[in-house]
Write a protein that binds this ligand. Structure first.
Ligand code: SAM
Length: 255
């Protein structure tokens, strides 16, 4: 079978677990909060450990690793073949090369689906949402996390982290402002495909932790610390403000 290809070359990498790469920085930055939010949400929605979870856009398997550690039977898909291989080398789950717009699974075959930091990179978010809904069983849970589409997220994620030559630490075209999905638009998109959003929470750095986060950014820019170390110095938490990023979940309420 011909390999599916990824539009995002930054993700066509087989070194997701290399502490010096920005991809691993995403892991150390996101995982403490994301891993616990996603597993607690799955459990709260009745997805018991041992049940099947589909991770759409699984990348190097960071979230799959947290879910596997929590006892879930995880299947990941990703259009990047190097990412799929890297994930399989590091995580005891199954990974396949596929796109979210065309999931190679039967209707209703998963109790839960997770999709984290992916919908803002796909060609057709509506087609991916339709597929997520199709493979979920009725009443199943869909957990998502994304950057928001606000002026502040544009300043922080795009202008500071990607564009400004004095501050950038991420690949220049990693996020495209026009493809970011606001939390209200995500809610509408999910609803159109039979997924009713139950909760959306903001994700941010606490005010007291901002100096530590800025220091980590400076140290990373000066190459005093690795991406892995920088990510672990920035503490994310759930917050009322969704200005930068958000997490949440939906239930499949109709086919
Ligand atoms: C920012 S990474 C997130 C990886 C992983 N979900 C995580 O949070 O660690 C975005 C991922 O989306 C994948 N991706 C891009 N287009 C996709 C598509 N159409 N369907 C599924 N995944 C896609 C990329 O290959 C990449 O692995």
């Amino acid at each position: 079978m011909e390999a599916v290809t990824s539009r995002e070359s930054a993700f066509d990498d087989d070194r997701w677990w290399d502490p010096d790469g920005f991809l691993f920085g995403m892991h150390t930055l996101l995982e403490p909060l994301r891993g616990s939010y996603v597993t607690a949400t799955l459990r709260g929605a009745g997805a018991t450990s041992g049940s099947r979870v589909l991770d759409v856009g699984s990348g190097g398997g960071f979230l799959a690793a947290a879910l596997t550690a929590a006892g879930y039977d995880v299947v990941g898909i990703d259009p990047s073949l190097p990412a799929v291989h890297d994930a399989a080398d590091h995580v005891a789950a199954s990974f396949a090369n596929a796109v979210g717009e065309n999931l190679p699974f039967a209707n209703g075959s998963f109790e839960s689906v997770v999709c984290s930091e992916v919908l803002e990179h796909v060609e057709d978010p509506s087609a991916v949402m339709a597929e997520i809904s199709r493979v979920l069983r009725p009443g199943g849970v869909f957990v998502f996390s994304l950057p928001n589409r606000t002026l502040l997220s544009r300043l922080v994620l795009i202008d500071i982290a990607q564009r400004n030559r004095f501050t950038r630490v991420l690949p220049k075209h990693l996020h495209d402002w026009n493809r970011l999905i606001g939390s209200t638009d995500l809610r509408d998109l999910a609803q159109r495909h039979g997924l009713t959003v139950q909760e959306v929470q903001g994700v941010s750095v606490g005010t007291r932790d901002v100096p530590r986060a800025l220091l980590a950014l400076v140290d990373l820019r000066r190459r005093r610390i690795s991406y892995g170390d920088a990510g672990s110095k920035v503490q994310l938490r759930l917050s009322r403000s969704r200005a930068i990023a958000y997490v949440g979940y939906a239930l499949k309420t109709r086919s």
